[in-house]
Structures are given as C-alpha cells and as structure tokens.
Design a protein around this ligand. Structure first.
Ligand code: URA
Length: 434
C-alpha cells in the first residue's frame, strides 16, 4: 500500500477501504507520510466527500491513534458533551457541575481556544490557581471523590486529530462534514464516555452556516456514534450571534458564576437546559425532557450546582474567593463603550466577527503557542431584537492596549446592524436529532 495510490483513489472519487484509511492515519501520525501528501488527501476528501463507512473507519482509526481513556470504573452511563464550536460558549462551565449534582460522573477533558472560538480550559485557567494539567490518576481520583473533574488533554488522545486539525486549518479545509464529524467523534471515543450529547452550532459563528448543513453533520455524528456503540444525541443551537453577553476568558467565567448563582441569561439557559436534560436522559435518570429541565432549574435555584462548582474549583487548586466575589477578578486597563449611532432594532450581530475581535484584542490565539490575556474581551449590552436609542451603549470592550481597543470599537460598531423595523428574537434551540 502506498499513499500516492490512496491520494489518487480519493482524487478520482473512489471509496477508500478500512486498510487504506488505517494505513494513512497510522503513518501520518508516525511522521512517515508528509504534510504535503496528507494535505493532498485532505483536500481530495474535502472536495469529493466520504461515505458512511469511510467516515466511520476514519473516526475509529483516529480514535485509536493514541491513548484511550478507560472510564469503565464509573459504569455504563458516563455521559460527555461537546460543542462543534462557537463564540461566548461557557456552557461546559455551567453544565458540568449541574450534571455532577445528579450523581452522573463528569470526567471531562476539554480543549483550548483557537482562532475565533474560545476554549473551556483557557476560561478555567483564568481562575487563579486552577490546575487543568493534573495527572490522569488524580483526574480519576477526583471524579471518584467529588464526582467531577475538568482538565485539559493531558493524555495523548487522538494525536492524529491534533495533526489533521492543524493541517486543515492551514489549507482552508475546516468546514467539511466528514472531517469535522471524524475529528469530534474520534476525540469523544478516545475520551472514554459511552454516551454523548453534542451541541451542533449553526450560524455565522459556527463551522456550519446553514441549518441543512448542520443537520447533515448531526446525522453523520449520530450514525458514527451508533456504529461505535455510543448513544449520541445532537442538540442544534443557534450561533448566529454570540451566546450570552460575555466573550473572553475571565469575563465568561464571571457570567457562568452569576448563572450558577441564579442570574440566568435566556439563551444560555435554553442551551444549558436542553443539553442537560438529554444528558440526564442518556444517563438513565429520567426520560421526560421537560421534567429534567425543571430538575436542573431546582439544582441551580437551591444552590447545589453552584456549590458543586466551588468544590470542583477548590479541589483543583483554584481560589474560590474569586467565585464568591467576582469583583476580585483582575480587570483590564480600559473599558471602552461602543455606542449606537442610530436608533432602531438590532437586526444582526455576526458572532464570528465578535469572536475575531475578541481574539484580536488578546482573548484568543492565532497560533497554538500564543499567550492569551485573561482580562480582555467584549461584553455585549445589546443583542439581536433589542431596541437602541442614539448614544446608548451597545457593548463594552475590555482591553489593555488602547490602540487595539479603538480598532475593535470601530469594527464592532459596524458589526451591529440596526434596522427601523421591529425584529423578532431568533430561536436558540433549532432542533434535536437523536
Ligand atoms: N471541533 C472539533 O473538535 N473538530 C472540528 O473539526 C471542528 C470542531
């Protein structure tokens, strides 16, 4: 077998068999296939697609390209969640402790932000002292002790995905259904959960801009889940505008903490409740989705979920006084106000643009090795369908570099589209695919 024949086969729109896919993943991970050969094959996959068998074989080969986490000591109902990516997505910070209060083990490895999307691990690290890099043993022991641990990828999980993801990013091949589905599902399979709830985002701040595309991605991931013996549910969510108001690391932690203390922003609440209700169902703890949502709300209102978050943070070395008093979080040097220049209803607020601007002022990275600034970001004051008068604040830019702040201010002002006609609020939950 050789890579040149494999590339030619996919270039000519033929199906790759299991051996060919396994050969490619193994040899690329080992460094025996060059980046330019892999790039040619990835581009051929991007252009010509893959059928279900090919996608499943690619997913399983990627999942087995590195270590596999064994969570079987926690039983058969370990439920994981994953988002296909978005802006202002602090859902894991909120949902993980909620799920743990139901006695469902939460052993979650999360990622860092790259490009215009943020990452849970960067957000957690903005809590002084929180250690995302504990050993796998400590990770498992924490779940045994308190039912929850959230860490970065300490194990070498799905290294083929790491290489392929970076390659895809550099050759404009990110938004491909077979490549996204195999990337996400390989990591989930390697991370040891046996039930998976996926937040499949759709809109300007997502990989899939159109609902039909997001639906295809969801169907593909559900099929892979079934074939891999992992029950999977996809919740389709709107990512046309950012989720919640805060975009940026410690700003999002503050928003998440306020949520857990009972101050629930509507769109975040809808996503948390929908994903959470399905996680409880998959864990075998209740089939009635609406009742599950009520049960989640009770856990927030009686403070149990917030207390679980405190316990998680304390257990991983974090200083919980920052959560008890969020004013303690370090603030940026400047907070610039973006003001409306005309009166009307906000008709659109491109999530991707907000994510890019937040990244540009220091909240994100362009390259993996870039350092992020935890204090900077954007806090929206107005979202789609809100009414504004001239001079009213649309958003606050938290920034340490005034020049960059002024640039972001101008750009954000142009990103807000304002219309004279009344605008209806868009739906947050677009559907559920099981
Ligand atoms: N998230 C992933 O993990 N992989 C992708 O390809 C896209 C989103």
């Amino acid at each position: 077998m050789n890579i040149i024949e494999i590339i030619a086969k996919k270039r000519d729109k033929k199906e790759l068999d299991k051996n060919e896919i396994e050969y490619f993943i193994k040899e690329y991970t080992n460094g025996n296939i060059t980046d330019y050969q892999a790039a040619a094959l990835v581009m051929a996959i991007y252009l010509n697609g893959m059928n279900d068998d090919e996608i499943t074989n690619l997913t399983l080969a990627m999942a087995h390209s590195g270590e596999m986490l064994d969570l079987s000591i926690f039983g058969k109902n370990v439920v994981d969640k994953h988002s296909t990516g978005g802006v202002g997505d602090k859902v894991t910070l909120i949902l993980a402790p909620i799920i743990a209060t139901f006695g469902i083990p939460v052993a979650k490895m999360s990622g860092r932000g790259l490009g215009f999307t943020g990452g849970t691990i960067d957000k957690l690290e903005s809590i002084p002292g929180y250690n995302t890099g504990i050993s796998t043993n400590d990770f498992i022991n924490n779940v045994k002790d308190i039912g929850i641990s959230l860490i970065g990828q300490t194990l070498n999980l799905a290294p083929a995905d790491k290489k392929l993801y970076a390659l895809r990013d550099s050759i404009s091949c990110t938004d491909s259904i077979p490549l996204i589905a195999s990337s996400i599902m390989s990591k989930k399979i390697a991370a040891g959960a046996n039930k998976i709830v996926l937040d499949v985002t759709c809109g300007s701040g997502a990989f899939m801009k159109k609902y039909e595309e997001a639906q295809k991605l969801a169907n593909t991931m559900n099929r892979i889940g079934k074939l891999a013996g992992k029950e999977t549910v996809c919740v389709m969510t709107n990512m046309e505008e950012p989720l919640g108001y805060a975009v940026g690391n410690n700003l999002e932690v503050i928003e998440a903490v306020k949520f857990l203390k009972g101050d629930m922003i509507q769109d975040v609440k809808e996503v948390v409740l929908e994903l959470g209700a399905y996680m409880i169902k998959l864990a075998g703890l209740g089939d009635n989705i609406e009742e599950n949502k009520e049960r989640i709300l009770e856990k927030i209102i009686d403070g149990e979920a917030y207390n679980k978050f405190l316990q998680l943070v304390e257990n991983q070395g974090g200083d919980i006084s920052y959560l008890e008093d969020t004013d303690k979080f370090e603030k940026s040097k400047y907070i610039l106000e973006v003001k409306a220049e005309k009166e009307g209803y906000i008709s659109s607020l491109n999530a991707r643009k907000v994510g890019e601007l937040s990244g540009a002022i220091g909240a994100g990275r362009v390259r993996k090795e870039d350092k992020i600034d935890e204090t900077v970001g954007i806090v929206l004051a107005k979202k789609v369908a809100d009414f504004v008068k001239v001079g009213e604040v649309l958003a606050y830019i938290h920034v340490n570099d005034e020049r960059l702040g002024k640039y972001a201010l101008n750009e954000l002002q142009n990103t807000y589209q304002i219309s004279k006609e009344k605008i209806e609020k868009t739906k947050t939950i677009l559907g559920v695919i099981v």
